[in-house]
Each structure stands twice: as C-alpha cells, then as structure tokens.
Design a protein around this ligand. Structure first.
Ligand code: CTP
Length: 412
C-alpha cells in the first residue's frame, strides 16, 4: 500500500491543461493531499472548459489560480512565487498545445509563465489524440522537453474519448502520476533512509519478447508490460535503485528507473545478467519459449512450392537461469506464472522447477481481461503457502508486492 505520509511537507503545483482528461487531475490532487502534500493549482483557460476552478480549489483546499494578471494573486503570491514555492510541478493533462508552449518557452498565460519561471522538477502527463501525439511537431517538442530535463509519465495506449479512436495518447492514471512524482521529490538523505527499499537494487523484466523469423516477421507473446512497469515504478517509489529490462511495449520509461529496451529472449538474458548484482529480481516478462533456429537475413518470399518450414529452438529460461546461479543470485527471486487453468497447481510446480522463491500467479484466460487490462487478480505463492489477493489495479498489485518484498528483506 502507498505510504500515507510519503509526501508529507512537500508542496506540489498542479498545472491543469485543457483536455477531457482534466477530470482525472482532480483525482491526482486528491491522492497528493492524501499523502500529505500541500497542493496549489493553476488552470489554463481551456482547462476551465472541462472542470471548474471551484472543483479544483475545493479539493486542493485553496483557490485555484487562473489569470496571469490577477491583482489578488499578484499581490499575495505572484506568478514567480507560484513557480518557486513548489518542490515540484506536475502538468496533468499536458495537451499538445501546452507541450508546444513549454518547448518554445512561451509565457502568454499563467500556466506557461509559471512553467517558464520554475527551476523545480517538472513532470508532465501528456494526453491527446494519438494522431496529435504522433505528429512530427509533437515529436519535436517531446525531444526538446526531454533534452530540457522534463520528466514524463505516459501517455498510455487505449481507447480515446473520441468514438472508435485508439492508440497512444491516453493520460496516465492518477495512481501512475502520483507514483512518478514521488521519485522527483526524494530528499537526498532523509528520503533515502525513509524508503522501505532504500539502498536495495531491484531488477525487473517486463513485456513480451520478439523472436525474428526474418527482417519483417517475428513471433511474440501477448503482454502489455503494464504489470512489470508498475512494479518497477513502485520499487523506485520505495527508494530502490531499479533496472527495468523490457521487451517491445508501448509504454514510456518510468521516471527514476534505468530502463533497458530489448527485442529477443537472448538479448533480455544478456541485459538481465548485465544488471547483476541485485538484491531482488522480479521476472514479469512474457518471454517467448521458442525462437526460430536460423532467422532469415532476407525477407522470406512466398514460393509456389508451399509454406516455409521453420525449425524452432528453445529460448533460455531467464528466470531459471538467474534463480539457479551459483554466484550473484539475488536474495529474492520472484517469478510470474501466467496460466489459463489449474492456476495454483501449475504455479507451485513452476516454483520448484525454476528454483525461484516466490511466484505471482494469475489467470490469463481471455475471459478475465487481464492481458492488456489495468486490473489483475493474483495469488502469491511462497514456500510457506498461498495468499490470494482480490482483484485490484495493477498499480496496487505492484505496491503490495513491493511492500512484501521490503518486509522479506527486512530493515538494512
Ligand atoms: N520466463 C523466463 N524466461 C523464459 C520463459 C519464462 O524468464 N524463457 C519467466 C517469466 O518471466 C515468468 C516465469 O518464467 O516469471 C513463468 O513464465 P510462464 O510463461 O508462465 O512459464 P513457462 O516457462 O512458459 O512455462 P509453461 O510453458 O509450462 O507455462
């Protein structure tokens, strides 16, 4: 569970841009307040078309700021103080227009002026139509903002507000945004000791692997990477030094996490071995069990003689390889088991076979909607027994798992 005091005494400025996701920023404010943060709100004119300053102010516990030339604000707080008083600034939703203004250094309203005047860490949660997100102008602005040190959370893939539109562009969930703020605010000394995984090295695998058949074709497993990314974020929020090794997924690098992107299982194994030593390793990736023995260098053409014969070889089992290591075996090795029947029995068998300490087992039969979804129902299988956790958000599964890991490792 999240630490209810993790943001105690921290001041966060939330800038709300004008998009349909603005309603979710109210939940971001609520979650920040719940964790003890003092929240101030700045809203663009467009944001006020979606939610009212009254609603945002009521949740923040202080009037929302909307105008650059507001006599009341300029006398008591002023835009420079708004920018500087905060320990961190969060822009949610960050529209394409707001990103363009930030990248260009514009200051023609309160939100853009505050963003230009701040010298604090800035986290933005983009939200826009997938075509706008993929537009060359937005890509340029994104590259500029990354170069300027702006941190990102999301956007995620999924359905858009516009009927029939899907792709990358949905704002990250409030829980993801809050989890991304925590690392930005980590106090160098005090924060490091207060984190339950402070000083620990955590390695996480996520996503599918792609095994090439030829330069244009591959075989893969279904996996969105969401659960593994959530675990990496939760471990980083708990103060760990996290390396995330991920196969191809449509998710942004979690802030504060060393993210290594790979394609195939052999590459994933090499990246995992390169990330050792680690105190804990969590294997959430859906690794392809087989790869084509000899991927063709040229595209395989359709021939009149029939379909090509592909010979497969088994991929290395990354979890088993690491769990059976004689040297540099992490103290706690956690595997996942994706099953469609006899979930617990198969998972128990996997625990023994692969030599890991814990298995997080889930039922991925299509009816559950777990594959690609945001929720998960899991069983934690240890040598001591089985705990079944009721259905919850993948972020909450990640937080619970991280809390269990921290408890198992004990205090430093
Ligand atoms: N795993 C791995 N490397 C592989 C295959 C699996 O590291 N080549 C890890 C996964 O990350 C997961 C666990 O092993 O933590 C179990 O994965 P799963 O796909 O459920 O098991 P399989 O090994 O494929 O077993 P089976 O085919 O019997 O279901």
């Amino acid at each position: 569970m999240s630490d209810p005091t993790s943001l105690q005494g921290r001041r966060i400025l939330v800038v709300i841009g004008g998009g349909i996701a603005a309603y979710k920023s109210l939940d971001v404010i609520r979650r920040l307040k719940e964790r003890g943060a003092a929240v101030r709100v700045v809203m663009t004119a467009a944001a006020q078309e979606f939610i009212t300053p009254l609603a945002a102010g009521a949740i923040a516990g202080e009037r929302a700021h909307t105008d650059l030339f507001d006599a009341r604000t300029e006398f008591d707080i002023g835009h420079i103080r708004l920018a500087r008083d905060a320990h961190a600034v969060v822009v949610a939703p960050a529209t394409a227009d707001l990103m363009a203004k930030m990248a260009g250094g514009h200051a023609d309203d309160l939100a853009s002026t505050v963003l230009l005047a701040t010298d604090r860490p800035v986290l933005i949660a983009p939200a826009m139509n997938p075509r706008m997100w993929n537009h060359a102008a937005t890509r340029r602005n994104l590259a500029q903002l990354i170069a300027d040190g702006v941190q990102f959370v999301g956007p995620n893939a999924g359905e858009m507000a516009e009927a029939g539109e899907a792709g990358i562009g949905r704002m990250a969930e409030p829980s993801e945004i809050v989890a991304a703020i925590e690392p930005l605010l980590r106090r160098p000394a005090a924060g490091a000791t207060s984190g339950t995984l402070a000083g620990r090295r955590v390695l996480v695998t996520a996503g599918p692997t792609h095994e090439p058949i030829d330069p244009v074709r591959y075989i893969a497993n279904r996996s969105s990477g969401k659960q593994g990314f959530a675990i990496a974020r939760a471990a980083a929020a708990a103060g760990a030094e996290v390396t995330l090794v991920t196969g191809p997924v449509a998710l942004a690098d979690p802030p504060g996490v060393m993210t290594r992107r790979v394609e195939s299982a052999p590459e994933m194994l090499a990246a995992v071995e390169g990330a050792l030593p680690a105190d804990v390793a969590v294997f959430a990736a859906a690794v392809a069990d087989w790869r084509v023995e000899k991927a063709s260098k040229a595209k395989i053409k359709k021939e009149p003689g029939g379909v090509p014969k592909l010979a497969f070889v088994e991929n290395p089992d990354i979890l088993a390889t690491i769990a059976h290591r004689k040297t540099q075996r992490p103290r706690l090795v956690v595997g996942f088991a994706a099953e469609t029947e006899n979930v617990i029995a198969h998972a128990r068998d996997k625990l023994e076979r692969k030599g890991c300490d814990w298995i997080v087992a889930n039922d991925v039969s299509p009816a559950t909607g777990i594959m690609g979804g945001d929720r998960n129902t899991v069983h934690l299988i240890t040598r001591a027994g089985v705990e079944s956790w009721p259905d919850r958000a993948k972020d909450d599964v990640a937080e619970m798992l991280v809390a269990r890991i921290a408890a198992a490792l004990g205090g430093k």
